[in-house]
Design a protein around this ligand. Sequence first.
Ligand SMILES: NC(=O)c1ccc[n+]([C@@H]2O[C@H](COP(=O)([O-])OP(=O)(O)OC[C@H]3O[C@@H](n4cnc5c(N)ncnc54)[C@H](OP(=O)(O)O)[C@@H]3O)[C@@H](O)[C@H]2O)c1
Length: 328
Amino acid sequence: MGWALLGAGLLMALYTLLRYGLRRAPPPRARAALRGITAIVTGGSGGIGAATALELARGGARVVLAARSAVRGEATARRIRTETGNAEVRFMQLDLASLRSVRAFASTFLRQEPQLHLLINNAGVSAGGTTEDGFSLTFQVNHLGHFLLTQLLLERLRSCAPSRVVIVASRAHCAGRLRLHALGRPPPGPLSTFQDYCDSKLANVLHARELATRLQDTQVTCYAVHPGFVNTELFRHAPLWLKPLLLPLAWLFFLDAAEGAQTSLHCATQEGLERFSGRYFTDCRLQEPWPAARDDQLARELWDASERLVGLVGSEGSPSPAPAAALQ
Ligand SMILES: NC(=O)c1ccc[n+]([C@@H]2O[C@H](COP(=O)([O-])OP(=O)(O)OC[C@H]3O[C@@H](n4cnc5c(N)ncnc54)[C@H](OP(=O)(O)O)[C@@H]3O)[C@@H](O)[C@H]2O)c1
């Protein structure tokens, strides 16, 4: 009996240690007043994106949920309108796995919405497969699609400045290895999907870094974010053998989606962050990313390669078409 009690006590202590060691929820933030602000949240139909959109709507922002599934997107928009009493929440279809869809979204958005102050590049996936554009699904959704989207919306962000771009990356960028000659192709090896995810997240951090350099003196600033380990549907495509391990871990130790949205919201709304444009945040605090994510030359080369892959410059590096032309 005594041993059983001791064992139970030790298990409780271990659980508490792990839960509050691993599960470091960011400190609560004051709600920002966002009336007059228009925001796009990609992947706003579920997980961290829906929690981010909910909080922006609570602050009074006009929020566009840019998501793939109309059923899920409309349902989330309806739920957020009901929960917040903010009627200015709408769904618009965007499939980041299709460059055609990204262009169509940007074109419709620019026609229908006169303002854009916040672009939250949140959608993400970790799955195998190839897109209609011939790129690996994970790399296109997580990086290339968002890269094109940001470029197509940049003029609107500039004209509405001060404005911000928040790029939801991940601590997984630490294992990223960008092979610029094979960018957008799945990495070789048995852990190809996982490696591709890490590569795409490294690309996210470098994207924010180079974007900030190119936007100096414009009052458009940008930030890369690690949201923490969050219990969402991100791991739905994980191999079957991994799920029994992952699910209890996620359930016991990971943040919930509202907690996972806090660092994105911090970077989107906290005053005085402008001098940290291009930097990486986690737990609502500035943090140094891994060395590869601080490599300015790699960031420049990634930018040039991404421009070519999404068709914003010719393969010979000929000048970008004007954004309006790129929408066609
Ligand atoms: N969860 C974590 O522990 C964790 C840790 C570090 C970083 N992150 C990052 O956080 C971000 C949000 O992930 P999450 O955890 O909230 O995952 P999630 O629950 O799976 O949500 C991902 C969102 O992305 C959308 N999406 C997927 N493919 C898309 C596409 N082709 N076009 C447009 N939207 C698409 C999904 O929409 P559908 O409903 O249509 O699938 C969904 O709304 C991701 O960038 C992820 O890499 C998450």
